[in-house]
Design a protein around this ligand. Structure first.
Ligand code: HEC
Ligand code: HEC
Length: 377
């Protein structure tokens, strides 16, 4: 064979062609169209019109410093990074964070949020900057008061002047709410820069698109079979679709809503109430460039019974690094997630999930394949 092909490059070309054969064989035209719909990655980097400091380099730098600054908490002992750890995909690796009181929800990773429509498991916020204000104000988290924030800016004159310079706002004359908005927008400018790298799956998708299959190595046959389940019988892609591998909305897959002491997490149902009543939503006076900001999304949200028990459909990018999983961190590993969908309890589903989801009853090999695929994301 070596003699026939002459050179090592020829051999590689042959491997590439073998790859074409497998792919062409196992994916139909329709499946290949769905695979293309998961890209391109990354998406285009448009600035957030509701935040004047979006994509501003000085703001990004200042926002990064604030993200690690413990002085933004009541007792100077808690920063954003303490829960959203850069060495842990900006999550904390815990089911429910117990380092700073008892959290009731799993800490999400902060990658790729510039393309999210909603923030928080119940979509309590409609912008990255307003979501960033929530942990500062929350008595269970950083419990920062306007008075404390003002004292900090009085003491740290350098920080105060940097904020004034980059925002163009004279902070001494402004209300506490404005100060929180400025800090939120700086934090958002930094978080917008957290974009995950293209993965083995993206390279595979791109290779299919350009028919350059030699670069699709790292995507095993098992992963290909798993992908086939994901876009086929598994119906995963009906909710986890597009480049984000999420439709950006909410769903109910039957994860328990119970919190300890008999309390219930109402998910999107409570999220909508919080969103609508927040002074920091995109309809409010703190949203910059009102003429450019897309408002209809927030304006047209109405509370419906089906929202009860719905949670944000998470992006699956980087998913092998962001466990434990689900809004309550109840599934420790990706294998547990695959088992969960395989054995789904239909009685627990209330809403749209009912129409889409069925227990998949996967064989051990199929589970392994689906896992291989999820790991390529
Ligand atoms: C005590 C731990 C903790 C701290 C401190 C904390 N967070 Fe979070 N963060 C969480 C948890 C838990 C959630 C999920 C909250 C929810 O769904 O209501 C979350 C959600 C978020 C989200 C929404 C992510 C998504 O996928 O929708 C963003 C953005 C965020 N935090 C940014 C920040 C910023 C910025 C700070 C600092 C100002 C911060 N967080 C401080 C634990 C923390
Ligand atoms: C009906 C819409 C829907 C379908 C279909 C669906 N999911 Fe999900 N998925 C969700 C929602 C909603 C959550 C979060 C649920 C929660 O936390 O209560 C989720 C969570 C996950 C998570 C956890 C991510 C994280 O960061 O916590 C993974 C992994 C996942 N889904 C994979 C899959 C796979 C694989 C399939 C197909 C077998 C699938 N999903 C089908 C809606 C869906």
């Amino acid at each position: 064979m070596k003699i026939l092909l002459g050179a090592a490059t020829g051999l590689w070309a042959l491997c590439g062609l073998a790859g074409t054969g497998v792919t062409a064989e196992i994916f139909s035209e329709q499946e290949r169209a769905i695979i293309q719909s998961f890209g391109p990655w990354p998406l285009s980097l448009n600035a957030d019109p509701s935040n004047n400091m979006s994509d501003n380099n000085a703001a990004i730098k200042l926002g990064k410093a604030l993200f690690f600054d413990k002085r933004l908490s009541k007792n100077n002992d808690l920063s954003c990074a303490d829960c959203h750890d850069p060495n842990n995909s900006f999550a904390d690796g815990q089911a429910l964070n117990s380092d700073h009181g008892d959290a009731i929800r799993n800490t999400p990773s902060l990658f790729n949020l510039r393309w999210s429509n909603w923030f928080g498991w119940g979509g309590e916020a409609d912008s990255l900057w307003s979501q960033s204000i929530r942990p500062m104000l929350s008595p269970e988290e950083m419990a920062l008061t306007g008075e404390k924030l003002r004292n900090l800016l009085d003491e740290d004159r350098l920080l105060a002047s940097q904020i004034q310079q980059v925002s163009g706002v004279s902070i001494a004359a402004e209300t506490d709410e404005v100060l929180f908005v400025l800090i939120g927008k700086l934090l958002a400018a930094y978080q917008e820069t957290l974009v995950s790298e293209p993965t083995a799956f993206d390279r595979f998708r791109l290779a299919q698109e350009t028919a350059d299959l030699s670069s699709s190595t790292g995507f095993s046959n098992s992963a290909k079979r798993g992908l086939k389940i994901f876009i086929g019988d598994g119906r995963c892609f009906l909710c986890h679709f597009g480049p984000m591998l999420s439709n950006g909305e909410f769903g109910d897959i039957g994860i328990s809503q119970f919190i300890s002491k008999g309390k219930i997490d109402r998910g999107r149902y409570a999220g909508i109430k919080i969103l609508k009543s927040s002074p920091f939503n995109r309809l409010g006076k703190y949203s910059d460039n009102p003429e450019k900001v897309e408002k209809t999304r927030t304006e047209h949200v109405t509370l419906q019974h089906k929202n009860w028990g719905e949670f944000k459909i998470p992006s699956l990018r980087n998913v092998s690094k962001t466990g434990p999983y689900m809004h309550n961190g109840s599934l420790a590993t990706l294998a547990d997630v695959v088992d969960f969908y395989s054995n789904l309890n239909e009685e627990r589903l209330h809403t749209q999930g009912e129409a889409i989801l069925k227990p998949l009853s996967l064989s051990d090999t199929e589970k392994e394949d689906l896992l291989s695929f999820l790991r390529t994301l």
